[in-house]
Design a protein around this ligand. Sequence first.
Ligand code: ADP
Length: 662
Amino acid sequence: MFSKILIANRGEIACRVIYTARRLGIRTVAVYSDADRDALHVTLADEAVNIGPAVASESYLSKQKIIAAAQRTGAEAIHPGYGFLSENADFAEAVEAAGLVFVGPSPASIRAMGLKDAAKALMERAGVPIVPGYHGDAQEPGFLAEQADGIGFPVLIKARAGGGGKGMRRVDRREDFAASLEAAKREAKSAFGDDAVLIEKYLIKPRHIEIQVFGDSYGNAVHLFERDCSLQRRHQKVIEEAPAPGMTEEMRSAMGEAAVRAAGAIDYRGAGTVEFIADVSDGLSPDRFFFMEMNTRLQVEHPVTEAIAGVDLVEWQLRVASGEPLPKSQDELAINGWAFEARVYAEDPSRGFLPATGTLAHLRFPEGDVRIDAGVREGDTITPHYDPLIAKLTVHASDRQSALAKLTRGLEQTQVAGTTTNLDFLIRLSRQPDFAAGHPDTGLIDRDVEALTSARQPDDGALAVAAVAEAGGFAGATGGDPWLSLGPWQLWGEANRPVTLHYDRGQTHCRVTAKGRALFSVALEDRSIPLRLLAGDREARRIEIDGRQSNVTVFEASNGTTLFMDGQTHHFHRHDPLDGGEEAAAGGDRLIAPMPGLVKIVRVREGDVVAKGQALIVMEAMKMELTLTAMRDGIVESLNVGEGDQTSESAVLLSLRPEDAT
Ligand code: ADP
């Protein structure tokens, strides 16, 4: 076994690898960019080496800086995590050439699976079922359109170098094909530097079921069962589970065998995942699953497999990489219980899942029987430089229903203030009836997106608590006397104070009356709500609201108050009249960058007449392409950015003037 390894990654996966390495007595070296000097993964590692500026291409993607860091610290092996250089065959080769061990498959295996078209051809030869479609070299738009016709719409255009759902477009009608092809190619070019695509039959009701495989250097390969990753939005996984609901033993062994055959075809070593798409228009069936691609690395969602199989996949990776045989054979592996993983992101589901940034001013994870994989701590900042993943919650129980109940509860107990998160979306999703009944499919989230993501108005209870907080009722509440903390106005007997609460999509005027020690009455329009502060402090206080007790956490910061109650998060912000947000919502004159990013395409020039909703500027931020549209009809008065410009958050990109005000 190695005595020291370097982890060429950041965030939760770097931390996760460090924990296992420590348990095995292996010393760890972290690498970090300038933006990550104080990041959790850096402080957890025994040593850490700075590898350059925040921008990933000059740090976490710099092969040569990472190899130099390993050499400088005497690390014997490099674990690439996922993302970044994990599936980069040139990197694996350079690591080996430097006399170090790459914790992963051989460069040749990575290459064989690196491009979706070649991988499909290889799998076809190995007798693994593949999705019908075109995966040849010809790329002329006219020819591809003919292929699409032959396959029959709807089709899916995929970047052959693709990953993470990038460069992928579903096309329903022939007339949309050319535009979608162009968009897919553009996205592929910018994300992967390769714009070649393949065309596949688009399956209408598919499930994404993948098989975890593992191989060693002695020609052994096993599978560690399946994961169902059908809950996706924009082709990215949201909640994963293992095993797959409704899976029969017959189908499991058919898929497992196909996956092991796939691994065998490329002499696979280490952890890998063979992704299949299953057509479930008539339920799961052993003759209707197709190979999509193989990921030659550890997956984000590997913890669900670890939970049901009772193994530590990173330990297996390190053992196999150091030359040991597979720790277990196929018949020593069995499924125990059910597991779910949910990915908590800094993003705003009610605004099209726009990635968010911010400082995690308050961060609490559920206690007890929930596995938390986090790369951040309270006080850390989610920056636009990297993936906005905050944490993964993994739960395990004897059966699906109990595991799902645990997941919901764990999500409800997770508290994040300082950035917008997808927690509420995940909670609603965990209760979505089709999913709860064990019928996930890749279209589920899109079909139900309104109910899953619509912004919720705070209820009366939340408004009442927020009003008391805003009136200063919680000030000094730690052991203090809230009555006294109400300040001078409590001297006037039944003192009361008007409060205006501002939340995401509105505001409420109310009046808080101090009725006595720890007792308030909050008047909201036509109703009045009695509220009594019971035991506890701000962090976890029991409050009786209109005769019903709840646990409430109140987090107050300079920009507002965040409440956590009844499994929900409510943010009330201090009103800033200069805030451009309301202007945009009201159809204002200025197009504002929602986050820092790169201006990729500018579709208008000064003086152009534009219509409300028309695409004006395409930005790339946080690994996502955002199309910014006109807030209203008008004429472009000034254009402040050009293609290739880097902009900061809230920068005014262009302004409009009304058409008649020439
Ligand atoms: P990426 O490598 O970008 O993640 P994949 O090929 O793994 O792309 O596909 C990602 C997701 O897209 C799948 O999990 C599935 O939901 C959807 N998908 C892929 N191929 C098809 C298809 N032929 N029909 C319908 N959906 C598909």
